[in-house]
Write a protein that binds this ligand. Structure first.
Ligand code: HEC
Length: 198
């Protein structure tokens, strides 16, 4: 093979190879994103469903003050068991947290929070998937979507009764999760899938 032929051969091979691998990896990523998008949707819906079910039952049984204690003991347990079953890490993150563990702390979460709070309302209603070096993360906004939420996250003395306020203050002395109004963005579901599990 002449030197120029060899160069052309190498060039063509490289272009073919790179376009081929380039396509394969981008297809794989798109496929992954789609899979994790629907997985995230399912997992967040079942977590939200389980929490609301427990919450409504506790309010029915003992009113909101009792239900706060119930959430304090059970919310993490419910969320952790859904993580185990689905092989992922389920959490809720927010800027005005009640549970100290739910505060937005990582750079990535801060960026996504800015995205949700800066977007126009229609876009902010959507869920999204973000790829990081080690994981694929699904985020979904949590809104103050029903009047019941205000019993514990609304205005103290108006929406939140005195008894409930006493329990909140004793269990969560640094609570920030109050003074919300109907329709406000309360936080985000964060469903994290590790890439090594694929
Ligand atoms: C009976 C009181 C009560 C009601 C009603 C209630 N919550 Fe909460 N909420 C809590 C408590 C207590 C926590 C902290 C749980 C914990 O310790 O993990 C909490 C935590 C949260 C969190 C996690 C972020 C944080 O601040 O720690 C979100 C998001 C949230 N609630 C949204 C809602 C929404 C949306 C509704 C209505 C569907 C609602 N809550 C109704 C008591 C309540």
């Amino acid at each position: 093979m002449k030197r120029t032929d060899l160069l052309i051969y190498l060039f063509v091979t490289l272009v073919l190879y790179s376009s081929c691998t380039g396509k394969r990896s981008s297809e794989k990523t798109t496929e992954n994103i789609r899979t994790y998008y629907s997985l995230g949707k399912e997992v967040s819906a079942s977590a939200q469903g389980a929490l609301i079910q427990h919450l409504s039952k506790a309010i029915e049984e003992g009113g909101p003050a009792y239900a706060v204690q119930f959430c304090n003991l059970k919310a993490m347990e419910v969320i952790d068991s859904i993580s185990m079953v689905n092989n992922c890490v389920v959490s809720r993150v927010t800027d005005l947290n009640r549970n100290p563990g739910n505060f937005i702390s990582s750079e990535e979460d801060k960026n996504i929070w800015t995205y949700y709070t800066n977007e126009i309302s229609e876009k902010a209603a959507a869920d999204t998937v973000v790829e990081t070096p080690g994981s694929i993360v699904y985020f979904k906004p949590i809104k103050i979507g029903m009047p019941t939420c205000l019993k514990c996250h609304g205005q103290p003395g108006v929406d939140i009764d005195q008894n409930t306020m006493l329990v909140i203050d004793s269990l969560y002395p640094k609570d920030l999760a109050r003074n919300y109004k109907s329709g406000d963005l309360r936080g985000l579901w964060k469903i994290e899938f590790s890439k090594s599990v694929q």
